[in-house]
Design a protein around this ligand. Structure first.
Ligand code: 13P
Ligand code: SF4
Length: 370
């Protein structure tokens, strides 16, 4: 749920301002608000936004930061599902603001709670769920609060790309099967790390009967993967890996696990956004890297480490268009309205959903922290 409040300073007035003026306005609003506000920024944000963030991180780190900050206002420079998680994990009196409501995630939109509930019912009817078989629903952080709540109610958990392996390890020991939403690629790539054969990881297509499977396939499956994907990471193909190895001899291929299975299999390293950053940070000068993730992050790494050779795995632009919706203009608009006591674009999750989504998020944090 999100609320739109009339702004005392309309957004349009910011669109004509110069970049310098916008940056100055954000900084002076921040000074005026002091410790009452914290600006969180995901690593995929553009440079002219990330420079204003007090703290930045991947989706896991940002959720933990949101649960620990004392600030009254959390201005979230990321996408909708991240801001929802910040609202769920934050204190009741904290308010979360997403500077542009258009900053969604196409992957998160690929699984709707009604479809997930319907799929669970069908799986129950055919005896995949219940009847002596234990199935845990696990959702990637990139999903709606309602789906996180569904997982909370059914002994499931939330995971991110930085802790999926740890949580799969715990859940595969405790449950017979897992139903994983909404990113089939993260699910498959993680399942493969545990030696689960590809034919035991079936895909559930919400638009087909039995998700496009036979009853037997579903009964035999170890992992049922929702048919969702990231439109950014999905653009990297296995031939990009072959090509870069040819063009840049000695290159290390480092990719995000939202990439397709074939790309991850051909890569040298794979891991979350923070893992990618840490790997490049710790690499020796002179080493060469081809990175399969969002272009703003890759460009930032290339600038930060001129002593290392950093390439984008695919030569064509690969930007997360929804992350890009957060602009310095919308950030200035949200911040200056706050200085006047007006909260624009508040993200507020309905209490019953928040309660159960919190169960799944806290389960993730307690199982993976430290
Ligand atoms: P991280 O968990 O690496 O932050 O990924 C979030 C995301 O949206 C990647 O597409
Ligand atoms: Fe969603 Fe992909 Fe953008 Fe991440 S990069 S926010 S998964 S669309």
């Amino acid at each position: 749920m999100s609320s739109l409040v009339l702004d005392t300073r309309p957004l349009e007035t910011y669109l004509a301002m110069s970049d310098e003026e916008i940056a100055e306005r954000i900084e002076s609003a921040r000074e005026e608000l002091g410790p009452k506000v914290v600006i969180l920024g995901h690593h995929y944000q553009r440079d002219d936004v990330i420079r204003h963030a007090d703290l930045n991180g991947d989706s896991y780190q940002l959720s933990v930061l949101a649960s620990k900050t004392d600030a009254e206002f959390i201005v979230f420079c990321g996408v909708h599902f991240m801001a929802e998680s910040a609202d769920i994990l934050g204190r009741e009196d904290q308010r979360v603001i997403l500077p542009d409501m258009g900053a969604g995630c196409s992957m998160a939109d690929m699984a709707h709670i009604d479809q997930v509930e319907e799929a669970w019912e069908v799986l129950t009817e055919i005896g995949v769920v219940g009847a002596g078989s234990s199935v845990a629903p696990i959702t990637y952080m990139n999903s709606s609060a309602a789906i996180k709540a569904f997982c909370g109610r059914h002994e499931g958990v939330v995971c991110t790309s930085s802790n999926a392996t740890k949580l799969f390890d715990i859940y595969l020991k405790k449950f017979d099967k897992m139903f994983f939403f909404p990113d089939q690629h993260l699910g498959r790539n993680t399942g493969a790390k545990f030696g689960i054969p590809l034919d035991k990881m079936v895909v559930w297509d919400p638009h087909k009967e039995l998700g496009g499977n036979t009853e037997e396939e579903l009964l035999e499956a170890k992992l049922i993967l929702w048919r969702g994907h990231c439109s950014v990471h999905g653009r990297f193909k296995d031939w990009h890996v072959d090509k870069i190895r040819e063009d840049v001899p000695g290159v290390n291929v480092l990719v995000h696990p939202e990439c397709i299975y074939e790309v991850v299999q051909k890569s040298d390293f794979n891991g979350s956004t923070s893992y990618i950053i840490k790997t490049v940070e710790e690499a020796a000068p002179g080493t060469k890297w081809a990175i399969g993730t969002e272009v703003n992050l890759v460009n930032r790494l290339a600038k930060r480490f001129p002593d290392k050779e950093v390439h984008l795995l695919a030569p064509d632009l690969c930007m997360c268009a929804t992350m890009y919706r957060i602009s310095p203009q919308s950030l200035a608009w949200a911040m200056e309205n706050l200085t006047e006591g007006t909260i624009v674009n508040e993200i507020s999750v309905e209490p019953e959903t928040a309660k159960w989504a919190n169960v799944a998020l806290e389960r993730m944090i307690s199982m993976t922290e430290g």
